[in-house]
Design a protein around this ligand. Structure first.
Ligand code: MG
Length: 203
């Protein structure tokens, strides 16, 4: 099986880290459960300048490296690789986060997994070609069997694969979103995700 895995809030607890950063920088006290919008600018009620500062701070290498692992993520990905599945981590982080992102994966036992930077949210603009960035053309050439994603804004990248199983990682900002199709399943944790992939592999 070929499996797409998103990085932030699937492999690591990015939004939880951002709640701490918003408090530290601007005194905004928004508990994780109240992060209702994928847009952190909306969730924390920040103006444009504050939002820019928040994003800049949250993408510093030492801050990225400190994100906590989502329980079970590394174990499940390694089991998939051991079973012969192809795992692609496809993130919408800015390209300049590559080294810290790679460093985080290596630190959490995920050195066998490739990470690709796809401009999901228009954060990169016209940029150079790196071994780790992936153009939309390259992305659309890949035929995935599963996707693990938390962001409703990324669902449009799955429209070309109506048979792919999309496993939506349950988060406060997606729990009110209607899922686009029957191939979407809400999953509360990595154990639930692993179970679905296991069942499908045994068919
Ligand atoms: Mg994400």
């Amino acid at each position: 099986m070929k499996i797409y895995v998103d990085f932030d809030d699937c492999l690591c607890e990015t939004a939880k880290a951002f709640t701490g950063i918003a408090d530290k920088l601007f005194g905004k006290k928004v508990p994780y459960e109240k992060v209702r919008f994928f847009s952190l600018q909306e969730s924390f009620e920040l103006d444009d300048e504050e939002y820019k500062e928040l994003m800049e701070y949250g993408h510093r290498p030492e801050v990225l490296m400190a994100y906590e692992e989502t329980p079970g993520a590394s174990q499940v990905l390694n089991e998939w690789i051991d079973q012969g599945h192809e795992v692609y981590i496809i993130t919408g982080r800015p390209y300049n986060c590559y080294e810290a992102s790679r460093g985080w994966l290596d630190a959490y036992g995920l050195s066998r997994v490739n990470v690709y930077f796809l401009d999901k949210y228009g954060r990169n603009g016209a940029d150079g070609k790196y071994e780790y960035n992936m153009t939309l053309e390259e992305y659309y050439d890949l035929k995935f069997d599963f996707a693990v994603e938390d962001s409703p804004l990324a669902f449009r990248f799955f429209e070309h694969l109506p048979k792919m199983q999309v496993l939506v990682f349950d988060r406060p900002w997606n729990c009110d979103s209607a899922l686009p199709g029957e191939n979407y399943t809400r999953c509360k944790d990595w154990a639930a995700i692993a179970e679905i992939v296991k069942k499908q592999s045994e068919l």
